[in-house]
Design a protein around this ligand. Structure first.
Ligand code: SAH
Length: 357
C-alpha cells in the first residue's frame, strides 16, 4: 500500500486513486487490469511498478472436506501458510498467519519445530486474505495460523482493521494468543473494535502448562487469566479458551473440574480441540507440502484423547455451567488443521532466495 501511494503521488495522480485500487482489491479483483475506473495507461504503469501482492503462491492443496491450504513465499523467500475453510452452512472462514514460523515451542504444535523466520508485515497478512477473497466471498477470520500474533500485534491489528472491507466484520475476527502478556495487555488496552480474543490455555495448572508450553514459565496462568478476565468484563464479551485434548496429559475429569474452577462461568467459553497429529501421521511428515522432509523430533509425543474422554471432559465443564464446544476438525488430510502448519525445509528457502537475487 505504501509503495502504491508513493508511486501514484510520483505520477501526479489524485489522492483518490489509491482508494480506488484498494476498493477493487478488497472486493476480489485479480489484478490492476480489472480496475475499469482507472485509466488504462495508469493500470499498465502500476502493473509494472507495484507488485499486486507481497506474496507469491508456491503450492495449494484442497482437502476432501473443501478446505484449502496455500503455501506462500514472501518477497525475501520466507514460507507462510494460510487456510480457507468452507462449511456446509455457507460460512467461509480464513485462518491467517502472523509470522513465518514461530519462536515459541509449544510441544504439541508443528509450527514450533520449523525455523522461525520473521514477523510478517500488515500487507503480507492482508495479502493472505486477499488471495482467498479472489476465489470466494469470505466472512470469518481467525489469527490461528503460523506464529504468535501478540509478538507482532501492530501489524496484525493493521491488517485486522482492513478486513471489514473484504466482508469480514470485527465481530467475526478472532485473534488467538498463547498469553504473551506484553502484547495481550496492549490488545486489552488499545483495541476498541469488537475483535474477539482467544487464549490457548491447554492446561489448568502451571506445572503441566509449563511442561507442554514453555512460554508459561515466563507468563504464568494467573496473570494471563486475570488480564483476559479484565477484557471480558470491560467488553462484556467472553474470551474463548482453546484447549487441545491430549490423551493422558490434560484430559482427565479432575483436570476438567480444575479448568471449570479456574475459568468460572461468566467470562470464558471453552473450545475443546481434538489433537491433530503431525510427525506421527501415517506418512511420518509434518507440513505435508514437501515430500522427503525428515520428521521433526518431538511430534510423536502425543496422542489425541478418545471421543469418550472428550465427552466426559466436556461434561465436567457443562456441569459447572462453563460454556463449551468441541471444535470441528477440518483439513486434516492436507495437514491444514490446527497445529499442523509447518512449511518448507530450509533448502527450499535457499533456492527461493537464490531466485530473487
Ligand atoms: N500462537 C497463537 C496462534 C496460533 S493458534 C496461539 O497459540 O494461540 C493455533 C491453535 O492450534 C492454538 O490454540 C494451538 O494451541 C492449537 N494447536 C497447536 N497444535 C495443535 C495440534 N497438534 N492439534 C490441535 N490443535 C493444535
Amino acid at each position: 500500500m505504501a509503495l502504491l501511494e508513493v508511486t501514484l503521488r510520483e505520477r501526479g495522480q489524485p489522492a483518490f486513486r489509491a482508494r480506488q485500487v484498494w476498493e477493487w482489491t478488497a472486493r476480489g479483483a485479480s489484478g490492476y487490469d480489472e480496475m475499469t475506473n482507472i485509466p488504462r495507461a495508469l493500470r499498465d504503469e502500476l502493473t509494472s511498478a507495484v507488485p499486486f501482492s507481497t506474496l507469491s503462491v508456491e503450492t495449494e492443496r484442497e482437502s476432501r472436506d473443501g478446505t484449502v491450504k496455500t503455501l506462500f513465499r514472501t518477497g525475501d523467500g520466507h514460507p507462510v501458510e494460510a487456510v480457507l475453510m468452507r462449511y456446509r452452512d455457507g460460512r467461509r472462514s480464513l485462518c491467517l498467519s502472523s509470522q513465518s514460523g514461530c519462536p515459541l515451542t509449544c510441544t504439541f504444535c508443528a509450527t514450533g519445530t520449523m525455523a522461525f523466520g520473521r514477523n510478517l508485515t500488515s500487507s503480507e497478512i492482508l495479502d493472505q486474505a486477499l488471495h482467498f477473497r479472489r476465489v470466494t466471498e469470505v466472512d470469518h477470520a481467525v489469527f490461528m495460523g503460523m506464529g504468535e500474533p501478540m509478538l507482532n500485534l501492530d501489524e496484525v491489528l493493521a491488517a485486522a482493521r482492513r478486513l471489514p472491507e473484504l466482508g469480514i466484520t470485527h465481530r467475526r475476527t478472532t485473534i488467538s494468543t498463547v498469553g504473551w502478556l506484553p502484547g495481550l495487555r496492549q490488545f486489552v488496552h488499545e483495541v476498541d473494535e469488537p475483535i474477539r480474543l482467544a487464549l490457548s490455555l491447554h492446561a489448568p495448572d502451571d506445572e503441566l502448562r509449563s511442561r507442554i508450553m514453555p512460554v508459561n514459565e515466563r507468563y504464568p496462568i494467573a496473570d494471563v487469566i486475570s488480564e483476559c478476565r479484565r477484557h471480558a468484563e470491560t467488553t462484556r464479551r467472553r474470551v474463548f479458551v482453546e484447549y487441545v485434548m491430549l490423551a493422558g496429559v490434560n484430559d482427565t475429569t479432575e483436570q476438567g473440574r480444575a479448568l471449570a474452577q479456574l475459568l468460572g462461568r461468566d467470562h470464558f467459553k471453552v473450545n475443546l480441540i481434538p489433537y491433530n497429529p503431525w510427525a506421527a501421521s501415517a506418512d511420518g511428515k509434518a507440513g505435508g507440502a514437501r515430500p522427503n522432509t525428515p520428521p521433526p523430533a518431538a511430534g510423536g509425543l502425543y496422542e489425541g484423547s478418545s471421543r469418550d474422554r472428550i465427552a466426559a471432559f466436556r461434561h465436567e465443564l457443562e456441569r459447572a455451567r462453563v460454556p463449551v464446544t468441541v471444535r470441528l476438525t477440518r483439513g486434516r488430510d492436507i495437514e491444514a488443521a490446527c497445529g499442523q502448519l509447518a512449511a518448507a525445509p530450509k533448502r527450499d528457502r535457499r533456492a527461493a532466495l537464490a531466485q530473487t537475487r
